[in-house]
Ligand binder design. Structure first.
Ligand code: ADP
Ligand code: MG
Length: 217
């Protein structure tokens, strides 16, 4: 084993949740604007409420492994977010937390995030192309797995996953929504980027940021 390769431990897991909360705060207006176009305009506030509560929940949790950090975050999102995204992201974080060994290398973290995607799909029944969270999370997992299989260390693997998630979010623009509130709009959902795919890209970008920091924090 290469001991210079950073591993995903409790401190990184906590840094990830903090980075997501910061990104959601910064992008709240944009997420809400996207959801105003094809939904009910609450995605930014939903996630803000959820991740602010997740930060508070983390303060009561120390010390805990990285899996427990993600599981607690998921439980908090389920209980605090009223919109569809709360249970979907909540289940995703709970499943990822349950699947995560301590500490996790790139391959193990990729598999934990794949378990998160499975949970989203089990609950929401969305297929790729339905213009949802799944459209950003699926390519992110694929890119993460491919990078891990090629022996890429954590910063490179998470960077590849973030880029794939961002591309996946952009690729939702021409899609017609088939799940969630946006599906009520039918053809009128075409031409808008999906809010949930956009927030999924934020989650993966936050992961790349924290794992890419020189001191790992
Ligand atoms: P709500 O739609 O209840 O107002 P949010 O606005 O917080 O909840 O979240 C909307 C996002 O949730 C959508 O942009 C979409 O990406 C995601 N979403 C909705 N339904 C599903 C589903 N069945 N599977 C995956 N993602 C979904
Ligand atoms: Mg909404």
């Amino acid at each position: 084993m290469d001991f210079d390769t950073p591993l995903f431990d409790s401190a990184l897991a906590e840094a990830w949740i903090r980075a997501i909360a910061a990104a959601v705060e910064e992008e709240q207006a944009r997420l809400t604007e996207l959801d105003s176009a094809i939904g009910d305009g609450d995605h930014g506030t939903n996630l803000r409420r959820g991740f602010d509560a997740a930060l508070t929940a983390l303060d009561d949790l120390r010390p805990a492994g990285p899996g427990a950090v993600l599981t607690r975050t998921g439980t908090t999102l389920i209980s605090k977010v009223g919109g569809a995204s709360g249970p979907l992201y909540g289940k995703a974080f709970r499943a990822a937390g349950a699947a995560l060994p301590e500490p996790a290398g790139p391959a193990a973290l990729a598999e934990a995030l794949a378990a998160g995607l499975d949970a989203v799909r089990l609950l929401g029944k969305a297929e790729p192309g339905d213009k949802t969270i799944v459209d950003a999370w699926t390519p992110a997992v694929a890119a993460f797995r491919a990078a891990a299989a090629a022996g890429t260390p954590l910063p490179g693997a998470t960077g590849a996953a973030a880029e794939a998630a961002e591309q996946g979010a952009r690729d939702t623009v021409p899609l017609r929504a088939r799940k969630g509130r946006a599906s009520y709009l039918g053809e009128r959902s075409v031409g808008h980027q999906d809010p949930g795919a956009t927030s999924t890209a934020l989650l993966f970008r936050a992961l790349a940021e924290v794992t890419g920091r020189p001191d790992g924090r």
